[in-house]
Design a binder for this molecule. Structure first.
Ligand code: GSH
Ligand code: FE2
Length: 355
């Protein structure tokens, strides 16, 4: 039986970049296409929450508009960096050419070189699912510019018409960018409606369009290309700084969490805030010694009762209202705050001490 595909289309608003997380649901082996440096923590938390094993970061090309997170993932998870042999990227673990296969679990991507936007552009075809990741070669009702980074409108014309347009019309197109919120297209749609290369366009029509666009250069052009040649390795070779007052985990929902076990063994280093209602804390016997009780509905009005000398860890019955408490405290300007994973239910399940 074939295993299903886990597929996430992630977006970076600042550069209009799509990052794609693909995993084989059975083996949990995953790959990440076109990661973004500033989104490293978000994507790492998703990979960790889903329990995936990241095998590789794939680049569709050496980007000019944003910096990749491939080096960061390699440091954190040991994943490889894969890109075209012609990409100019200097830190690759595998240099790809047309026909190469990138396997993850029972799935595989086939490499199709699609030069034109840059010399080192590739598309990745997931044949069994009918999906192609086209980078900046083919965009939704557009295509990558060809006015810098060895760009060639003529090469791009042949890459698209002979390479991508020979895929089935039903094959879904997932580009590296969209600047209007569109998420996917198909080969058939782009063949018919792409305003630069669809319909009856010939090479002259396409080249004439591309050579007269006069687009402003990407804002990050000067920093992105040199950084991407190094896989996005920062000058100080350091991973982005994370709060380190405890072994915290950043969740994909963007909050910091701490394990109940750690809190139980470091109770004198933190201030525990229990935000259950008075009825719950009166009726239920489960209470952590020294926990301050402020019901969630009173929290905004009683913030000044919470001492400032220690980090605050929030708790409730199941660890949900305490997430809201976490957000309220962060909004009020508190810096060191974390939610206790799983709330009192998990605290009790793990046999941790109660009053
Ligand atoms: N405004 C964007 C630049 C957008 C841009 O130039 N994107 C490139 C991809 S690296 C492109 O090929 N765009 C094609 C187009 O906009 O038609 C930025 O500053 O980052
Ligand atoms: Fe690009």
């Amino acid at each position: 039986m074939t295993s299903s595909l886990l597929f996430k289309q992630l977006f970076d608003q600042d550069s209009g970049t799509y990052t794609y997380l693909l995993a084989d649901a059975a083996s949990k082996d995953a790959i990440l296409i076109d990661s973004v440096f500033e989104k490293y923590v978000r994507d790492l938390s998703l990979i960790q929450e889903l329990g995936l094993n990241l095998l590789a970061c794939l680049e569709t090309h050496c980007h000019a508009d944003h910096v990749t997170a491939a080096w960061l993932f390699k440091q954190a998870l040991g994943s490889e960096i894969l890109a075209s042999v012609h990409s100019g990227i200097e830190v690759m673990d595998r240099q790809l050419v047309t026909g190469d296969l990138v396997k993850f679990g029972s799935k595989q991507l086939r490499v199709i070189e699609t030069p034109g936007h840059t010399d080192g552009c590739v598309s990745y075809l997931l044949e069994t699912e009918g999906m192609v990741f086209t980078g900046d070669s083919l965009l939704i009702r557009g295509c990558g510019r060809t006015d810098f980074q060895q760009g060639s409108a003529s090469k791009l014309y042949h890459s698209i018409t002979e390479g991508l347009f020979s895929l089935p019309d039903t094959c879904l197109v997932y580009p590296a960018h969209d600047y209007s919120g569109r998420t996917a297209s198909s080969i058939g749609e782009e063949k018919a409606f792409n305003p630069r290369i669809g319909g009856q366009a010939n090479e002259n029509d396409f080249v004439g369009y591309m050579e007269n666009m006069r687009l402003p250069h990407p804002k990050k052009l000067d920093i992105a290309v040199p950084a991407n040649i190094k896989g996005g390795k920062p000058d100080d070779s350091a991973l982005p700084k994370q709060p380190d007052w405890a072994p915290l985990v950043t969740t994909y929902s963007g909050i910091l969490e701490i394990s109940p076990q750690w809190v139980a063994t470091h109770q004198d280093e933190v201030h525990i805030l229990d935000v259950r209602t008075k009825i719950e804390t009166d009726e239920e016997s489960a209470r952590i010694a020294d926990a301050q009780l402020i019901p969630i509905n009173e929290l905004r009005d009683r913030l000044d009762e919470i001492p400032l000398d220690k980090p605050v860890v929030t708790i409730c019955r199941s660890g949900k209202r305490s997430v809201l408490a976490y957000s309220i405290l962060k909004e009020s300007g508190r810096d060191q705050v974390a939610n206790i994973q799983g709330g009192l239910l998990r605290w009790q399940r793990e046999g941790l001490p109660l009053k």
